[in-house]
Design a protein around this ligand. Structure first.
Ligand SMILES: *[C@@H]1O[C@H](CO)[C@@H](O)[C@H](O)[C@H]1NC(C)=O
Ligand SMILES: *[C@@H]1O[C@H](CO)[C@@H](O)[C@H](O)[C@H]1NC(C)=O
Ligand SMILES: *[C@@H]1O[C@H](CO)[C@@H](O)[C@H](O)[C@H]1NC(C)=O
Ligand SMILES: *[C@@H]1O[C@H](CO)[C@@H](O)[C@H](O)[C@H]1NC(C)=O
Length: 785
């Protein structure tokens, strides 16, 4: 692969432009494809590998270790090992234990070398494996073969030669135009990079220290970071500044290693301060990542700086070559954009809001709604928070609970953010009048210039709505298994496990953009951040906070990112098919939440975007003449971006879901009954009659589908393909119902080309490749219709 040094950021920007719905906010997302990653989802595939099921009562972690060691037999050594990640957990309803293992080579983590192993009753029911499969003895030899540092320097020299030649032509031919603007500047920059990266003469060898490979001077994280910021900053001025004051920026950054008193088994993290255009110190660690070899049939390991870079509008996890800082190997933006639809109501106080199920202001009136929090999901209601977990009290009070009188609670902090900055604690939020949040919403038609000011007049109403909707979503997803151990968003976890202090920061009327919304999902234990924008698509302006579908879509990014690949890995839905499904789940869940017993088609974001067809290419519909999307649609021009891919996935789920509704009927509410005083959850008309200790099974088609979708997220591997996610849903049904919907699910997927014989060749990091629809199903399903 060739990388042009000054052009690297241009190339990235172009890559992103494939996304036809790309927002103005810059967002990078790409990375290598792993030719050898696999996902096996049926016990048949697994036992034929020779692994013997263990006893029913076996410790699932012991079973997983045995399994890993069985898989790696003959390979485990001092230079190749693994660790079980501490975000592994057991699902309390299904009883499946989801175990995450990370590969270690030469003492370094392989950041994308993961196994997710799903264990039930001593049996490995499915697993994904993206471990590096080459020989560890080749790793060092490979790095030496590549001489990445020398490559980097010679590439700099070649580019300096090009610029010099350009200048020489100018001076001999006396061109009328003079030299290309900027060429002097570029030459100076290249010279600076050359000097700053120790390219003068000496070839820097690897050094061995404490039995481990340590980065040479050329592996200075600061150089890698500056190179990344050149690519990532959306601000031309910052870019120019870095290029003309390179050494100054380099020196200004300070490094602090973060040591833990007790070994955490995680890599040593460097904290880097004073990084241009970031809003918090960057955390970086030295790890390996896998890059496909030249033949494309296996991977090689590259030593990289894995960096968590928090910027105003992005939150990146980037891997930049430790020896060749111009090689940005992968980038995941934990921020997901998505224009989508509507608002909802409810609360433990009383709110005047558009009630749950009303997608937007055209679908219903605002009403008084009680704070009807779910006692299992939010035992303390929506407005209470332990003082020790309250960021507004940082350190001043460490015991007891605080009852807030504003839109501030354990799951959600909702406030205005007109400034569009990252602070939120002291931002304005409405104060309930003895628990009553009742505020006017009657925007007047104004001139465009006054559109924003007019919207600001109903900030009390809009923050109230955002608080209500996001809390409803929190409670709903909790009841389907997005709970504390699986990485949900709460300041306090009620002693139920998982990492805390990560409620969602919800910004209403955020000043950092228009006509969009986004959600940033860092790993479990760090706050999610939702930003809702005004839409200037009509007068008066429309407010995304009031369209529930948009809010639900955004919150669902947090759901799918935390459930896929484990709570602590936020890098599993970064780009291509998996990034696309990250969008699709949100559309599907938002649409399912607004649907009622009488079937209709639905478009996303129609109200906010002020267009009946909504913001996707098609409304979600069973009618192929209205929505013709099939698996192969992904090959069409314009389908490289995550939103277009997501639309295809959401359509597939919508079609599958209707098959389940046909078979099992429709439940008017998606909320399960509340637990009784002794903790038992009654079946009501919601669950099927419980059989012994078997998991609770939603009775109706729409509720069952939501359950299967969430359970599938937990089963699927990191960076799933459409095939993996389909197989995970089918396995989720096998585990929950004994596979009684096996054929409905296959028929649904196959009807839109994702049957057994669907195929793809030449998948690319951006979601490209050549796909063919497959309509075939397992023989068991090909009976007379
Ligand atoms: C918070 O409200 C609850 C319920 O009204 C009450 O029992 C509790 O004492 C209050 N806590 C504080 C610290 O005011
Ligand atoms: C929001 O509500 C408060 C208290 O009810 C009120 O004083 C304030 O003027 C309201 N803000 C706006 C912009 O209407
Ligand atoms: C069901 O939803 C459709 C589409 O939003 C709507 O037209 C219809 O009135 C709804 N029916 C009920 C009973 O709410
Ligand atoms: C809980 O209470 C219900 C209703 O009173 C009862 O049917 C059930 O057996 C109880 N469950 C347990 C575990 O005690």
């Amino acid at each position: 692969m060739r990388f042009a040094i000054l052009a690297s950021f241009v190339a990235l920007a172009v890559a992103h432009a494939h996304d036809s719905t790309a927002p103005r906010r810059k967002s990078l997302g790409f990375g290598p494809v792993h030719p050898q990653a696999e996902y096996r989802s049926s016990p048949y595939q697994i036992t034929t590998n020779g692994f013997v099921p263990q006893e029913v009562g076996s410790d699932p972690f012991a079973v997983a270790r045995l399994f890993i060691e069985d898989q790696l037999v003959g390979q485990l050594s001092e230079s190749l090992s693994y660790r079980i990640r501490d975000d592994s957990y057991t699902d309390s309803n299904t009883g499946i234990t989801h175990i995450y293992a990370r590969q270690l080579v030469n003492g370094f983590e392989v950041a994308d070398g993961n196994m997710n192993i799903n264990v039930k009753d001593g049996l490995i029911i499915s697993y994904g494996n993206s471990f590096y499969k080459g020989l560890t003895s080749e790793v060092l030899a490979n790095s030496h073969k590549h001489h990445p540092h020398r490559e980097y320097c010679s590439q700099l020299e070649a580019e300096m030669g090009d610029r010099n030649a350009e200048l020489r032509v100018d001076s001999t031919e006396q061109t009328v135009m003079g030299s290309r603007p900027g060429v002097h500047h570029e030459l100076r920059t290249l010279r600076q990079l050359h000097a700053s990266n120790n390219c003068e003469g000496k070839d820097i060898p690897y050094q061995f220290h404490d039995d481990s490979l340590v980065a040479s001077e050329a592996g200075d994280v600061r150089a890698a970071l500056l190179q990344f910021m050149l690519a990532a900053t959306p601000n031309d001025k910052v870019q120019g500044d870095i290029l003309s004051n390179y050494d100054h920026y380099l020196e200004k950054m300070s490094l602090t290693p973060e040591h833990h008193f007790v070994s955490t088994g995680e890599p040593i993290v460097m904290k880097v301060d004073n990084v241009p255009d970031t809003v918090n110190p960057v955390r970086a660690s030295l790890v390996y990542v896998q890059v496909p070899n030249e033949a494309g049939d296996a991977t090689e390991l590259h030593l990289v700086w894995k960096m968590h870079v928090e910027m105003q509008d992005n939150w990146y996890e980037a891997a930049v070559s430790a020896q060749s800082p111009h090689r940005i190997i992968s980038v995941v933006d934990w921020a997901s954009d998505a224009p989508v639809p509507t608002p909802e109501p409810s609360a433990p106080a009383t709110y005047r809001v558009f009630p749950w199920g009303v997608n937007d202001p055209t679908e219903g009136e605002r009403k008084h709604v009680k704070e009807n929090f779910d006692a299992l999901a939010s035992p303390a209601g929506w407005h209470s928070i332990p003082a020790a977990n309250d960021p507004s009290l940082k350190g001043t009070q460490s015991s007891g609970w605080k009852n807030s009188t504003t839109t501030w609670g354990n799951n959600v902090f909702a406030q205005e953010n007109w400034e569009g900055q990252n602070s939120y604690i002291t931002n304005y939020r409405p104060e309930g009048d003895s628990g009553l949040y009742d505020y006017p919403y009657n925007p007047k038609e104004t001139s465009r210039d006054e559109g924003q000011a007019e919207a600001e007049k109903y900030i009390n109403a809009t923050v109230t709505q955002l608080f209500y909707t996001t809390n409803m979503v929190h409670d709903l997803y909790h009841r389907y298994g997005f709970d504390e151990v699986s990485g949900n968003f709460q300041q306090y976890n009620f002693g139920r496990g998982g990492r805390e202090n990560d409620g969602v920061i919800c910004n209403a009327q955020d000043g950092s953009g228009y006509n969009n919304a986004n959600f940033m999902t860092p790993p479990d234990g760090q706050n999610g951040r939702m930003r809702m924008y005004l839409w200037n698509t009509a007068l008066p302006f429309r407010d995304g906070d009031l369209e529930a579908g948009i809010v639900i879509h955004e919150y669902s990014h947090g759901l799918s990112t935390r459930l896929t690949g484990g709570p602590s890995d936020s890098g599993c839905l970064g780009w291509g098919e998996s990034g696309g499904m990250g969008e699709g789940w949100g559309d599907f869940l938002a649409t399912t939440i607004r649907a009622n017993k009488t079937y209709s088609d639905y478009a996303m974001g129609s109200w906010a975007a002020n267009t009946e067809k909504g913001i996707r290419n098609y409304p979600y519909s069973l009618d192929e003449s209205i929505n013709p999307s099939s698996y192969q649609t992904l090959d069409k021009p314009g389908y490289w971006g995550v939103h277009a891919i997501g639309e295809v996935w959401a359509q597939l789920l919508w079609v599958v879901s209707q098959r389940l509704i046909e078979k099992h009927g429709f439940s008017d509410t998606l909320y399960p009954p509340l637990p009784l005083e002794n903790g038992t959850i009654p079946e009501g008309d919601f669950y099927r009659p419980r059989v012994g200790k078997k998991p609770l099974i939603p009775k109706h088609g729409n509720t069952l589908m939501v359950q299967l979708v969430l359970n599938g997220m937990k089963l699927q591997p990191c960076r799933p393909s459409f095939f993996d996610a389909r197989d995970a849903i089918i396995q989720a049904d096998e585990q929950l119902t004994g596979g009684e919907n096996f054929c409905e699910l296959w028929k649904g997927f196959a009807s839109r080309g994702l049957g057994q014989d669907a195929a793809v060749i030449g998948r690319t990091p951006w979601g490209g490749g050549q796909r063919s629809n497959g309509y075939s199903m397992p023989t068991a399903c090909v009976t007379m219709e």
